[in-house]
Design a protein around this ligand. Sequence first.
Ligand code: CDT
Length: 321
Amino acid sequence: MRGELRGEPRVVRVAAAQMGPIQRTDSREATVTRLCSLLHRAADGGADVVVFPELALTTFFPRWFVDDISQADHYYEREMPSPTTSPLFLAARERKVGFSLGYAELTPDGRRFNTQILVQKDGSIVARYRKVHIPGHATHEPQRKFQHAERYYFEPSNDGFGVWTAFGGRVGMMICNDRRWPETYREMGLQGVELILCGYNTPLNYLPDPSQDRLAGFHNALVMQAGAYQNGTFVVGVAKGGCEEGVDSLAESHIIAPSGEVLAKTVGNGDEVIIADCDLEWCKNYQNTLFDMDYYRRPEVYPRLTSQRGPRLRADGTPLT
Ligand code: CDT
């Protein structure tokens, strides 16, 4: 085991810029103005980087189904930055604060991704992540109170989970449902990630199993705190919460330490900025000791992790080996 503990502090001041709802009638310009004001609040607090939610430029449009997907094209960005979003990039450069932003992406060859970017303090894009785990359903389910048709509106990315050098450390991204899967964190953990940034939109009513509704906040914290601790990394989860077009969504944005402890958490479900100083050196206390992966992991006895998607069972319910 390496055993080397934290050295000279490497502090990144991180802001989580939670948003309240974005209604369907809100213009993109008004939303960008709102994002800019959150960015200024974070910069006033001395933040190095500010994290915005998933699909932060629009309402969460997968709650509606349209037979002709091109009718939803206006929810997607064809370029980044664009004339509409450039004020945010200019504000970042002016205030010398980086940011991470989620939005719907429509590529020149017509592919649709749920995307998050990482922007440096000079306003340049350093990284782009496209959502891997796409939840919900791909066809219209009219019996539902509201749709969650992400699997219709977005294709799952095969790019995987990158980790980039930025803000003096190793930074990765994940989007909403990704945070529920341990593989997400581990893929980045195996690249020595120190700071994982995540935006989310989580409806408080899980229609396939309402018994989970009362646990939405618990499960949100559970997965992010576990992912942080088990990989010795900071995790920042940022919500678009509140009641959007009649659908209530979880707020409870978090900044979590490599110990799994919560450093900061929002109290309301509207626009709100929380800030925490994240000393990336703290990661070493976990990554070089109890979770020194190179020393302790046993990939040779985990073959199923990459060779199968779900359990393989016989008709009688016993596992196929
Ligand atoms: N946006 C997103 O990924 N939300 C999901 C909701 C799952 S219910 C279909 C989440 O995991 O929070």
